[in-house]
Design a protein around this ligand. Structure first.
Ligand SMILES: Cc1cc2nc3c(=O)[nH]c(=O)nc-3n(C[C@H](O)[C@H](O)[C@H](O)COP(=O)(O)O)c2cc1C
Length: 292
């Protein structure tokens, strides 16, 4: 029997009758049929305000120290109501699906502004307001939650592969997967991507839909991208990879360990398939000891 979970589905597309709108509707229906609880943030539908400003946080005309003042407002429970609602949704969720069309190699502004306004100091990063603990990576506040990107893009499949001109997809999305999901403690899954999205017809839509539903079936079982923990010996106090780890190697893939998700566990639509390169090196013995 499938364990029932709560899933927050955040989507950012202005048109319900689009490829994104169809994938969203089909994905949510499938999760509901599996018995999960769905919380939705359809950002365009909600009229979400993406602009992080001092409105409602500091009096008009006051100097707005963005990190400090939003942190204080969070601790004093004085954030704008729309931000508090989104924070409650995240706390309630076991997994977050973040769905968007790739626009200029990133997420639409309305979605970027959701992260800007909701993922605030004290809540998502910075120091824990209660115990002063540094909130990041394995100490992140959202540890235990899973995160899946569902994206569509105009580029061809090969262009987001290991040698693709647009950059391998997990590297293209490094800021979101590593710098946001993993940073806040979430287990980032390989993104689900529909390339050549502008040429989708009824037949190819059926394939994409089936692949998405399979990925959703694995939302709580699939191995996560094995990003390195921050505080277990892999990094210097300047947050640079220790010289003894992947010696001489550079690039984004050095921030993954080599093996955790390979071998049978690859998702059916992992556009990063085969992307684990020579630079994805093994952890040093020191680290293996610390983990055991
Ligand atoms: C403003 C804008 C920027 C885009 N930037 C990219 C891009 O950087 N890379 C890419 O592959 N496709 C890009 N595209 C193509 C979209 O990703 C594609 O049209 C969309 O995913 C199709 O899904 P939809 O029919 O649900 O909108 C862009 C489209 C727009 C409108």
């Amino acid at each position: 029997m499938t364990t029932k979970h709560t899933i927050l589905w955040v989507s950012a597309h202005p048109e319900a009758e689009s490829l994104n709108g169809s994938l969203r509707a089909d994905g949510i229906r499938h999760l509901l049929q599996a018995g999960h609880e769905i919380i939705e943030s359809d950002l365009y539908g909600m009229g979400w305000d993406p602009v992080l400003s001092g409105d409602g946080i500091v009096p008009p005309g006051d100097h707005f120290r963005v990190t400090d003042d939003t942190r204080r407002a969070y601790i004093e429970a004085k954030l704008p109501a729309d931000v508090e609602r989104e924070q409650q949704k995240i706390l309630a969720a076991d997994a977050v699906v973040v769905q968007f069309p790739l626009w200029w190699y990133g997420m639409p502004a309305i979605l970027k502004g959701w992260f800007d306004r909701v993922f605030l100091s004290g809540f998502a990063f910075g120091k824990d307001p209660h115990d002063g603990r540094r909130l990041r990576f394995e100490n992140g506040p959202f540890a235990g939650k899973r995160a899946l990107v569902v994206t569509t893009l105009g580029d061809r499949p090969a262009s987001i592969g290991p040698r693709g001109k647009s950059g391998e997809l997990t590297e293209l999305l490094f800021g979101l997967l590593h710098g946001t999901f993993a940073y806040t403690g979430m287990s980032a899954l390989e993104p689900f991507a529909v390339p050549s999205a502008d040429f989708t017809d009824a037949e190819s839509y059926g394939d994409h839909q089936q692949q998405l539903l399979r990925r959703l079936d694995g939302l709580f079982a699939e191995p996560a991208i094995p990003y390195r923990p921050q505080f277990q010996g892999d990094y210097t106090d300047q947050w640079e990879l220790e010289p003894s780890v992947c010696p001489g190697e550079s690039g984004l893939s050095i921030h993954r360990t080599a093996t955790a998700t390979t071998g049978g566990g690859r998702p059916p639509n992992g556009s990063a398939r085969g992307a684990r390169t020579a630079a994805a090196c093994a952890a040093p013995p020191k680290r293996a000891t610390q983990r055991s």
